[in-house]
Design a protein around this ligand. Structure first.
Ligand SMILES: Cc1cc2nc3c(=O)[nH]c(=O)nc-3n(C[C@H](O)[C@H](O)[C@H](O)COP(=O)(O)OP(=O)(O)OC[C@H]3O[C@@H](n4cnc5c(N)ncnc54)[C@H](O)[C@@H]3O)c2cc1C
Length: 707
């Protein structure tokens, strides 16, 4: 479910990074590195996904992805991709046990390298009719003819696994050794120098019967899936390449001086680097999600990873060239190598547009002219995501509860109160919070000691998804539940926890967030609202703005300046303030939706009890930032699920208006779907990392969600 690496994967990554950095830096990769392959084999990477029964390590795609990512980072020039990412998955999925027993042990030891010939660009969307090579019967054996124009590592591979078209229109998988009579190889001058290619001409190549490797029906079932697995490993390689582009660019712009300072200090440059990171981290999340799925809905997930990684790599490589200035345009510097590899990768294993088309077929149905063959593996293989049994039971429990409770007078709340609709049925939605509380659905992730259910992240996610699927309304209590409560649990006193957590958990106390001020937006530390202790109480003077749901709340948490004359992050305090008092005035602000979800909040000698401070006086910045960490991670998940419903409405509208066959509409809907899946993958990654930690994926998630 996450992109977090296991300890073994972490160790593999560290070994791979160290080995490739010392043996396969980009400079060596231009000329090839003879010793590299031997080292790779000795390290056991060639055995990674080969099953133990055939002399391999029997690990999964996730481990292979770790290797490919590092190899992509270093632009290493070796048969790693064509063997481990391409040939091995094809054999494992489509060859008979006898064939695997004969071929895979030598491959696992790196003594034999193989590549694959299976139609233009090795696309999972190519049908039997588009294969380059034809096979006909010759006694017990076979004769193969045809020209494959671009074969990966075709100049050095010991053999090709050839998917050929049979006389009856079906497909067969054949082993063709490079040295056989009738095989002519012509090395190509390729655009991506780090990825050698050759043409393979087969003229009447005679093969013995045992050279046919597939079992009946295995290619029909397995070819598209095997090539899709390779597409996923290509995505891993592209993530590594994109990461490297950022590292190179950051290092270069920090060093290069113009206008008397490093160019990295210019905000325009920082923003371009940040945008690279947004692409990279989105792709990384999508990749992690696809690797975790690995079966069931994997082809859907692969589409998301494939599109995001291909786009991220191209974007990062192009930006790397620009941000290196003149030298970025030279032969000697590495960004051009990444750019070429990124361009290469877009053309292979299904272009991003082909994957988008598969997504469009999945969500909109196929176009009238789409053929019924193996063109659209995601449509064929799409299945319900695989979840652990207890998670499925939990999902069923949530769905059942929602069906029984979101009914009667609460029926009108279905799908209401989401983004842009926050003021809908607010009274009834407050009541709904209490119904939720009676079902035990508030505070799912809180510790038991604080009245929560301490559910693992996977079940919290499952809850949000089932809640949204059932049309659960936008939550009125989410600021208290997901922002303040974790903050109180981490920073509050036992008295504060006992006083404030029950109201949140029972759906009776509603909170809002008093951070922004007219003069303190992005520059939050410019806060001017003052607070001071007098007569055993905190007093407040000042103004907050953009305060969501203040008009629906009983309490506000406020960051205010407690040390007179202090500036910036120093001298701030975090207070819990009741809104229903003479010193507080709330004025709604009308939003672009026409509704008023946020407000101005004025404090004119407002008061709160002396003990309603979280942390010590002066700790306000620390507490406020910790709370924002929860916001980046958890509080938005329920809302983002509403976007899925909005997308469904768009899909329904496209169908109703008869524009669901329009290629432009299909692409936009596919991109929206991919964007949502990426958002989800990002969120899952954050949760897996731990609620309080703020990593790059949390920043990227917040950025993508807001946009
Ligand atoms: C729907 C909604 C609900 C909200 N709810 C709450 C709430 O409940 N509680 C609360 O406290 N706040 C809330 N906010 C406020 C939100 O946190 C602020 O809008 C945000 O911090 C930005 O501040 P600002 O609006 O003053 O924009 P400004 O800081 O004025 O920024 C204007 C633009 O300039 C850009 N910018 C500013 N400084 C820089 C810089 N140094 N470099 C580059 N670009 C820069 C910004 O990115 C932005 O695009 C809400 C906002 C919205 C839209």
């Amino acid at each position: 479910m996450s992109a977090a690496l296991t300890e073994e994967q972490q160790a593999l990554q560290e070994t791979a990074a160290a080995y490739l950095a010392s043996h396969a830096n980009a400079r060596a990769s231009r000329d090839g590195d003879q010793a590299l392959w031997q080292g790779i084999a000795e390290l056991g990477w060639t055995a990674v996904i080969v099953p133990e029964a055939f002399g391999g390590l029997g690990l999964g795609l996730a481990e292979a992805a770790v290797l490919l990512e590092e190899s992509g980072r270093q632009l290493s020039r070796s048969p790693l991709f064509s063997s481990v990412a391409l040939a091995h998955p094809l054999l494992v999925r489509c060859a008979t046990d006898t064939a695997c027993q004969r071929l895979l042990p030598a491959m696992a030891e790196g003594r034999c390298t193989a590549t694959v010939i299976a139609g233009p660009g090795l696309s999972p969307f190519v049908g039997a009719g588009e294969l380059d090579i034809r096979a006909r019967r010759d006694g017990d054996g076979w004769v193969l003819d045809g020209l494959a124009c671009q074969v990966l590592d075709g100049d050095t591979a010991d053999m090709a696994l050839v998917v050929a078209r049979l006389e009856d229109g079906g497909m067969g998988l054949f082993e063709v050794a490079a040295g056989l009579a009738g095989v002519t190889r012509s090395p190509l001058e390729a655009w991506d120098l780090t990825r050698p290619q050759a043409g393979w001409q087969l003229d009447g190549v005679r093969l013995a019967a045992e050279a046919r490797l597939d079992s009946p029906g295995s290619l029909d079932d397995g070819l598209a899936g095997a090539l899709a697995a390779t597409a996923l490993l290509l995505a891993a390689e592209q993530v590594g390449g994109a990461a490297r582009c950022i590292e190179l660019t950051v290092a270069y712009t920090r060093e290069r001086q113009q206008f008397g300072r490093p160019v990295a200090t210019f905000q325009a440059v920082k923003h371009r680097c940040a945008q690279m990171m947004v692409h990279l981290e989105s792709a990384r999340s999508a990749l992690g999600s696809a690797l975790a799925a690995n079966s069931g809905a994997a082809l859907d997930e692969i589409a998301v990873a494939r599109v995001q990684a291909a786009e991220a790599y191209r974007f990062c490589a192009a930006e790397a060239i620009q941000l290196h200035g003149g030298v970025g345009f030279t032969w000697e510097y590495d960004p051009q190598l990444h750019f070429k590899r990124a361009q290469w990768g877009r053309q292979w294993f299904g272009t991003p547009d082909a994957w988008r088309a598969a997504v469009a077929d999945r969500v909109l149905g196929q176009t009238a002219d789409a053929s019924e063959d193996a063109r659209h593996p995601s449509a064929q293989h799409a299945a319900a995501p695989v979840h652990a049994i207890d998670e499925q039971a939990f999902r069923a429990e949530v769905a059942d509860w929602m069906a029984r409770h979101l009914t009667g007078r609460f029926e009108v709340l279905r799908h209401r109160g989401g983004p842009g609709d926050e003021t809908a049925h607010s009274e009834l939605r407050r009541e709904w919070e209490q119904v939720m509380a009676s079902g035990g659905w508030i505070g799912l992730g809180w510790p038991r000691a604080h009245g929560g259910r301490e559910l693992p992240v996977s079940l919290q996610v499952a809850f949000h998804e089932e809640y949204a699927r059932a049309g659960g309304p936008g939550r009125m209590g989410h600021i208290g539940e997901t922002l303040l409560a974790p903050t109180l649990i981490d920073f509050g006193t036992p008295e504060q926890q006992q006083r404030f957590l029950p109201g949140i958990r029972e759906g009776t106390a509603f909170w809002c967030q008093g951070y922004s001020e007219p003069g303190a937006g992005s520059d939050l530390a410019a806060i001017r609202t003052r607070c001071w202790l007098e007569d055993g109480k905190w007093h407040l003077q000042g103004q907050k703005v953009w305060t969501s749901l203040a008009h629906e709340s009983e309490w506000i948490f406020v960051i205010a300046r407690s040390t007179p004359g202090s500036v910036g992050r120093e001298g701030l305090s975090f207070l819990l303030v009741p809104l229903n008092q003479p010193g507080v005035e709330i004025r709604p602000i009308r939003q672009m939706t026409g509704e008023a979800e946020f407000n101005e909040v004025f404090f004119d000698d407002a008061c709160t009890a002396a003990e309603c401070i979280v942390g010590a006086p002066g700790d306000g910045w620390k507490v406020a930032m910790a709370l924002l960490g929860y916001e980046r991670g958890l509080s938005t998940l329920g809302q983002q699920m509403h976007f899925s419903h909005e997308l469904q409405l768009l899909i329904d509208a496209a169908r109703a208006r008869g524009v669901d066959h329009d290629p432009g509409i299909r692409r936009r809907i596919a991109d929206a779907w991919i964007g949502l899946r990426t958002l989800r993958a990002n969120a899952l990654r954050i949760f897996a990392r731990g609620e309080a930690a703020v990593g790059p994926e949390a920043l990227v998630y917040k950025y993508a969600w807001s946009n």
